[in-house]
Design a protein around this ligand. Structure first.
Ligand code: FA5
Length: 343
């Protein structure tokens, strides 16, 4: 092949490639055209490159320069075709996506978990009775969970087998372990935190998770929720406690509720009672309560001669179960949507 013939062939190839790329209508045709002209092994440009090697040595630099230009032109034609097809696809997609006649998909709305619903109701009821919301950490020290609540070191309630003690980072590293920490076993810890900060009169509730290594069964879960109530002022009596609990019960259950106190023992209240509530003729054990022990009042710097107070702690799951007739506490934590959807 002469140099002139080589140039002619290149001219023809660029022209044909440009026409083919400009005419393709889909990705498959474009790919076929790409292979025909630019294919690495037997593409037409590759064939001409081989022919270039056969030209007389003196012609090769000029031929090589022209060959390089031709390859660039073919590649530009390919890129232009690719861009054109992409634009086309985008345009089709946007017209396809908007069909105003297709009925819309209604997004599935979730709702609050039944326990969260109960918590919201309890906060609202107690708010109306003048109790504000207090908060405390779920990871507690022994002072707030035990000592300040009049639970001395030898008390069985502090047994590591009855509590979730935590291994802190320094415990694990084998260094200075620091004070033992545990997941709080009752919301009564918040009573102490509030009384340490505030002077009477006090009227608070604390709501939240508590943890105990109880074996799960129909009425027990190792993690559950409590609502704690605390009222400290001059002349607060057990009668106030009973009235507040009855109002709480009647507002929550929307009906007549009877409260029964059974003598009990909590180290931080004296006297102490178990609270039973009766609604629609059935008695249920709801929690513990009592008059705040003078030792606790003293531990937070109050004068038991001047102020007295009541405190109560109710199991929130128990309230919710009673209201909705749920007979297994474990349902709350299985997260089965068929159960949760019913509330
Ligand atoms: C207490 O936790 C005391 N802090 C209550 C209290 C507060 C007494 C203030 C005096 C003054 P008790 O351990 O009985 O008490 O628990 C209270 C309620 O929590 C129980 O009546 C029950 O309704 C609920 N409860 C206890 N353990 C579990 C459990 N494992 N799963 C679900 N609910 C539980």
């Amino acid at each position: 092949m002469t140099l002139q013939e080589f140039f002619g062939q290149l001219e023809l190839l660029v022209c044909q490639a440009s026409q083919r790329f400009a005419a393709v209508g889909d990705a498959a045709a474009l790919e076929a055209a790409r292979i025909e002209f630019l294919g690495a092994r037997s593409g037409r440009l590759k064939q001409l490159q081989k022919a270039l090697g056969q030209l007389p040595a003196a012609d090769r630099p000029q031929a090589g320069q022209r060959f390089h230009q031709a390859r660039q032109q073919v590649e530009e034609a390919l890129a232009a075709a690719q861009a054109r097809l992409a634009e086309h696809r985008k345009a089709i997609r946007s017209t396809e996506l908007f069909d105003p006649t297709i009925p819309g998909l209604r997004p599935r709305l979730g709702h609050l978990h039944p326990i969260s619903q109960t918590i919201e109701q309890l906060k609202e009821i107690m708010g109306r009775l003048g109790f504000s919301l207090a908060d405390g950490p779920e990871v507690e020290d022994e002072w707030h969970n035990f000592e300040a609540l009049n639970i001395p070191p030898e008390h069985p309630a502090r047994d590591p087998l009855d509590n979730f003690y935590l291994a802190t980072a320094s415990h694990l590293a084998g260094g200075d372990a620091g004070p033992p920490m545990l997941l709080r076993s009752q919301t009564s810890t918040v009573q102490i935190r509030v009384m340490e900060r505030q002077k009477p009169p006090i009227r608070i509730i604390a709501v939240g998770r508590v943890y105990r290594p109880d074996t799960p069964d129909q009425t027990h879960s190792p993690m559950f929720h409590q609502i704690e109530g605390l009222m400290v002022d001059r002349h607060v009596t057990m009668a106030d406690l009973k009235s507040v609990l009855r109002m709480l019960g009647e507002s929550y259950f929307h009906g007549e509720v009877h409260i029964r106190f059974r003598p009990s023992f909590f180290p931080f209240t004296e006297p102490s009672v178990e609270i039973d509530m009766s609604w629609q003729g059935r008695w249920i054990e709801m929690g513990g309560a009592g008059m705040v022990d003078p030792n606790v009042l003293r531990a937070v710097g109050y004068d038991p001669e001047q102020v007295s107070g009541f405190a109560f702690g109710l199991g929130i799951e128990r309230l919710c179960m009673r209201q909705h007739g749920i007979d297994d506490i474990r349902e709350f934590f299985r997260n089965d949507v068929r159960f949760l959807e019913q509330f």
